[in-house]
Design a protein. Structure first.
Length: 372
């Protein structure tokens, strides 16, 4: 290395006196800080005041999550949420936290009046409720209490307010004053063209209308229901829906090949239609579509294919759209216990066969007493 090169290199590493003093002071301060950090715990004892409430809540929440059942871990069976015990809830696969929340709700005076009330328990997910829902049974006592405490005492069924007689209107649960007002309105030339017209009857409250609305066989707007009162159309063919094929069903207003096939498929599952309003149970047929063709149809109830209750197999009964597994199971358990049914009305002795279900399924059952 040449003298000039050495001199240049030395200049890069040269510090002035002030810089050297500053560097020394910085090193000393760093040493003091390090010594203080390691020695301070030996001279000071820190006892912080701790609030364990939040920590306990975190542990509880974490524990509930870790123990939360997965969708596949549930093993439900028919149960009444108003009476089932904590142990039975745990046996079905619910977590300790979920089971306690149901019991806590009941102990606080809460009651489950309908299946959807179980889904409102915040610790039960939507997926879990969907798995439990088919097995939830609300006792007849609770259902009766629900009707008694409800602000509404209506029992709506599908009806056309332009045609319903006083008997049907009373069956809906309307009082005598309401029925008289509806009949008086019609006798004076009044006509209901759309659903909302019905609540214009001054004695029909908003609560009454809210419960009846989906059962009113009128469209939501004026665009479809154009038939004038006291004037029948002469331009359509009457179709008997229990014997009609898909080609005949397509003659109905608003029914094309897709809906014609849906009607035939559902009719086959039911065994036939005993009431026109059953067509509303078919997916896609709402009141707007229904009112277009309801006056074009009639039905022959003698064509209904009935199930012989004493000789039918388990799967044959289970295939009916109105019956679920636990209901069929209860029917066969009853039959095993008492023997053959003497009458269809005996089904009412089974707790799971509530009145509404009995009325729906009764037209499809028969008893052949010649077999015994």
């Amino acid at each position: 290395m040449s003298p000039n090169s050495f001199e240049k290199a030395r200049n890069y590493f040269y510090f002035t006196r002030a810089q050297r003093y500053g560097f020394i002071i910085l090193v000393v301060l760093l040493i003091i800080l390090l010594v203080t950090q390691f020695s301070l715990p030996y001279f000071l004892t820190i006892n912080p005041t701790q609030d364990n409430t939040f920590g306990d809540e975190v542990k509880l929440f974490t524990s509930s999550i870790s123990k939360e059942p997965t969708k596949d871990s549930l093993a439900p069976y028919p149960f009444d949420p108003n009476t089932i015990s904590l142990l039975k809830l745990r046996e079905m696969g619910l977590s300790e936290h979920q089971a306690k929340m149901i019991i806590k709700y009941r102990n606080a005076g809460g009651e489950f009046y309908k299946k959807e009330d179980v889904g409102r328990i915040y610790s039960i997910s939507k997926e879990e409720y969907n798995q439990l829902e088919p097995y939830i049974i609300i006792s007849k006592k609770i259902l009766t209490q629900s009707k008694e405490t409800s602000a509404l005492t209506l029992s709506p069924v599908p009806f056309d307010p332009n045609k319903a007689d006083s008997s049907l209107l009373r069956k809906l649960g309307l009082n005598q004053k309401q029925v008289k007002q509806i009949i008086k309105y019609r006798n004076a030339g009044g006509f209901f063209r759309k659903k909302s017209d019905f609540k214009k009857i001054y004695c029909i409250s908003d609560l009454d209308y809210a419960q009846l609305e989906k059962h009113i066989l009128l469209p939501s707007t004026d665009s479809i229901y154009t038939i004038k009162p006291n004037k029948k159309s002469q331009f359509f063919e009457i179709i008997e829906i229990n014997g009609a094929d898909t080609n005949e069903l397509q003659k109905l207003k608003g029914i094309g090949p897709v809906y014609a096939q849906k009607i035939v498929n559902y009719r086959s599952k039911l065994g036939g239609f005993y009431d026109k309003s059953q067509l509303l149970e078919i997916f896609g047929i709402d009141t707007n579509r229904y009112v277009q063709f309801v006056d074009q149809i009639n039905l022959d109830r003698s064509m209904i294919k009935k199930i012989e209750l004493n000789s039918t197999g388990f799967n044959d009964l289970l295939n009916h759209p109105y019956l679920e597994y636990y209901m069929v199971k209860s029917i066969f358990n009853y039959k095993d216990a008492v023997g053959k049914f003497d009458s269809i009305a005996e089904l009412k002795q089974i707790d799971l066969i509530y009145d509404q279900l009995y009325n729906k399924i009764e037209p499809y059952l028969s008893i052949n007493k010649t077999n015994y």
